[in-house]
Design a binder for this molecule. Structure first.
Ligand SMILES: C[S@@+](CC[C@H](N)C(=O)[O-])C[C@H]1O[C@@H](n2cnc3c(N)ncnc32)[C@H](O)[C@@H]1O
Length: 236
């Protein structure tokens, strides 16, 4: 039997895992063996009795930096599977296309930074892919690792019951998703759009398509431009 999709997290806080990943669909999938989560405690690779993983930055300045020798030894202990990713505000912004590639592979190895980050030399020496979760700074890579794993795991076969739902979602087709409504039909004087009550599947599909396009154009001009370019409709 082949191993399930595996996320290996290198962290100084292994107790943060599975955390939210132990709940709901991801947690159920984990318990059913649809995917696997391993943690490596970077402190186990420290070289002193204080289990230090960080030291002061050369050149001065605030904070501490994770040592390359300690991080490298921790990385060496995890040969695979999957690409080695350092979660970093300096990385390439994560998008659904990269999530889909990662979910289609054997898994991933995630290095969680703390303090001011990781010594640049080990990032280079290990040819780490740097991935950013957004233009903001977290206190550590662990929350970012949890988000990235969650985004991948929900795409794995069997994790989300209705796989068709995944194809409708925001970014799946390069657009934001259309708005959703449920009962009650009238709430605080607000009615559900008439077309959704019509039972005309083709009209509903067209309405949702138009809503998805309008939301993308208004809310995310960057996503809209990419969508048009892919469709050969740039500038329309
Ligand atoms: C306090 S941050 C370090 C920030 C770094 N000094 C900078 O300004 O780019 C500590 C760790 O949190 C993680 N982190 C913070 N923000 C992140 C983001 N937007 N995406 C991914 N990881 C992030 C990284 O692993 C980073 O090494």
């Amino acid at each position: 039997m082949t191993a399930p999709w595996t996320a290996t997290v290198l962290t100084i806080f292994p107790e943060m895992f599975p955390g939210p990943l132990g709940h709901s669909l991801a947690g159920k999938g984990l318990r059913e063996g649809l995917w696997r989560l391993l943690t490596v405690d970077i402190r186990d690779f420290a070289r002193d009795k204080h289990r230090s993983v960080d030291d002061a930055p050369f050149g001065g300045g605030p904070g501490m930096v994770m040592r390359p020798d300690v991080v490298d030894a921790a990385v060496e202990s995890v040969p695979g599977p999957g690409p080695l990713i350092y979660l970093s505000p300096r990385g390439r912004p994560l998008d659904e296309a990269r999530v889909r590639e990662l979910a289609a592979g054997p898994g991933l190895r995630l290095l969680c930074g703390r303090f001011e980050g990781v010594d640049e030399r080990v990032i280079e020496a290990r040819a780490m892919e740097e991935v950013c979760l957004g233009d903001f700074v977290l206190s550590g890579g662990e929350p970012a690792a949890i988000l990235l794993i969650d985004a991948c795991v929900r795409l794995l076969p069997g994790v989300v019951g209705d796989a068709a739902a995944l194809e409708e979602e925001s970014f799946a087709r390069g657009l934001l998703e259309y708005p959703h409504y449920t009962r009650p039909q009238l709430w605080q004087g607000r009615a559900v759009p008439e077309v959704l009550l019509s039972g005309h599947h083709e009209e509903i599909r067209r309405w949702r398509e138009a809503q998805a396009e309008a939301a993308t154009r208004q809310r995310r001009p960057d996503v809209w431009e990419r969508y048009l370019a892919r469709q050969g409709r740039a500038g329309s």
